[in-house]
Design a protein around this ligand. Structure first.
Ligand code: SAH
Ligand code: SF4
Length: 411
């Protein structure tokens, strides 16, 4: 059963909108410390000699305490708070819809201002709680320029890149809604524990190709992992790419997070069809870039994602090819049951086939978790997030749910 809080109802929506960011005032979220200090000076709110200290203070309120209103920043004088509020905002985006699945998975539909794209844009963010951790699946773009043939996002045009602020807003707002800023009201100077967080991990596996929005993604992830702020360990942040080879090394050197590669095929002919960026950066180049990824070890492995498509890439020959291809790379293999969508020609492999494939890989020495479909009742699947313009009608959604249940052979 789904507990769905449909915030499209006027009253509920107004309550959240009242604190949502207005497009006119620039946000302080998503700026580097230096940019933050510069913005304070430029606006005339803070004298130059105080800028560094004030930037540090704001950083703490925004990222440790998760405050979304200057009024809550108690160690800043009332006058300065009012002045800041005149020029800037730290507010959250509008939440159009929040759904909570029976298994605890949550899905939000956030609305951001147009920023030149013509209309406001909407994106989905998904939270998946598991034993011992909670993972937030974050989007980097609205739509995608790439056209992977099994991916629903691939059927949508790129509307625009998300800004660093919007990428971080997904994390901040999810933590708000999960009550995951418990230290919001602790006294100033108190030690704020980073353990026991509801959002312990993030994966850039929502909509879009993060390495085609490199600068914004880099900025957002460096802020998310900043030890004086949101403090997520880089080992708990995974960036998934379809294989933008020239940016892979930079990801390791400049961001330093864990890498996931959407592999899905072990020969160029098939990968050209499934993940067309392969025509530009074929497997040989992709695998070479993976081998060169900085800091790899048995404790720090690359995750290779492999979507299980019936009669397409799911034979034992394919499993053999996979092991051969990854030889010598510290790797994890993530088998993803294909998540069907209306209009797709692909089907998910049978459960038995997936298990045989997984067994082969296990015997070759890889732990190969099968990513269990989660939040099925609210359709919260990474790689299948959609924008407002493409939102499914309810009847299609129900049909899809039925397909998924049938396809995966369990309720
Ligand atoms: N653009 C990036 C990140 C977003 S997609 C990338 O391609 O890696 C996140 C993951 O979901 C990718 O591995 C993608 O191939 C996979 N995916 C996309 N559509 C899917 C579907 N319908 N079923 C299962 N996995 C899917
Ligand atoms: Fe874009 Fe990733 Fe989907 Fe490919 S799988 S179309 S890169 S979102």
């Amino acid at each position: 059963m789904t507990l769905s809080l449909d915030l499209t109802a006027e009253g509920a929506r107004d309550a959240l909108r009242s604190r949502a960011a207005t497009a006119e005032k620039p946000s302080l979220i998503g700026l580097t410390r230096a940019e933050l200090a510069a913005a304070l000076i430029e606006s005339g709110t803070v004298p130059e000699r105080q800028a560094k200290m004030r930037a540090q203070q704001l950083w703490h309120w925004m990222y440790v305490r998760g405050v979304s209103d200057f009024a809550g920043m108690f160690n800043i004088s009332k006058d300065l708070r009012a002045e800041l509020d005149k020029h800037f905002t730290v507010a959250r985006p509008e939440i159009v819809e929040e759904q909570i699945s029976a298994d605890g998975t949550r899905k939000w539909l956030f609305r951001f201002p147009p920023r030149g794209a013509g209309r406001p844009v909407e994106i989905e963010t998904v939270y998946i709680p598991e034993e011992g951790r909670g993972t937030l699946c974050i989007s980097s773009q609205v739509g995608c320029t790439l056209t992977c043939s099994f991916c629903h996002t691939g059927t949508q045009k790129l509307v625009r890149n998300l800004t660093a602020e919007e990428i971080l807003a997904q994390l901040l707002t999810a933590r708000d809604r999960l009550g995951d800023f418990p230290d919001r009201d602790t006294p100033d100077g108190a030690i704020v524990p980073a353990e026991g967080r509801k959002v312990s991990n993030i994966v850039m596996m929502g909509m879009g190709e993060p390495l085609y929005n490199f600068e914004a993604v880099k900025k957002a992830l460096l802020i998310a992992s900043d030890g004086d702020g949101l403090s997520l360990s880089k080992r708990r942040i995974t960036l998934s790419t379809s294989g933008v080879v020239p940016e892979i090394l930079r990801t390791g050197e400049e961001i330093g997070v864990m890498l996931a590669i959407s592999l899905h095929a072990t020969n160029d002919d098939l990968r050209d069809l499934l993940v067309p960026i392969n025509k530009k950066y074929p497997l040989k180049e992709l695998i070479a870039a993976c081998r060169a990824y900085p800091g790899l070890s048995n404790a720090k492995r690359i995750t290779f994602e492999y979507v299980m498509l019936k009669d397409v890439n799911d034979s034992i020959e394919d499993a053999k090819g996979l092991i051969k291809l990854l030889k010598g790379i510290p790797a994890k293999i993530n088998l993803i049951p294909f998540n069907p969508w209306p209009g797709t020609n692909y089907q998910c492999s049978d459960w038995e086939t997936i298990e045989k494939f997984a067994d082969y890989i296990n015997n070759a020495g890889y732990a190969s978790p099968i990513r269990t479909p989660r939040g099925r009742d609210i359709l919260a699947a990474c790689g299948q997030l959609k924008s407002e313009s493409e939102r499914m009608r309810k009847v299609d959604r129900l049909a899809l749910e039925a397909m998924m249940i049938a396809g995966h052979g369990e309720a």
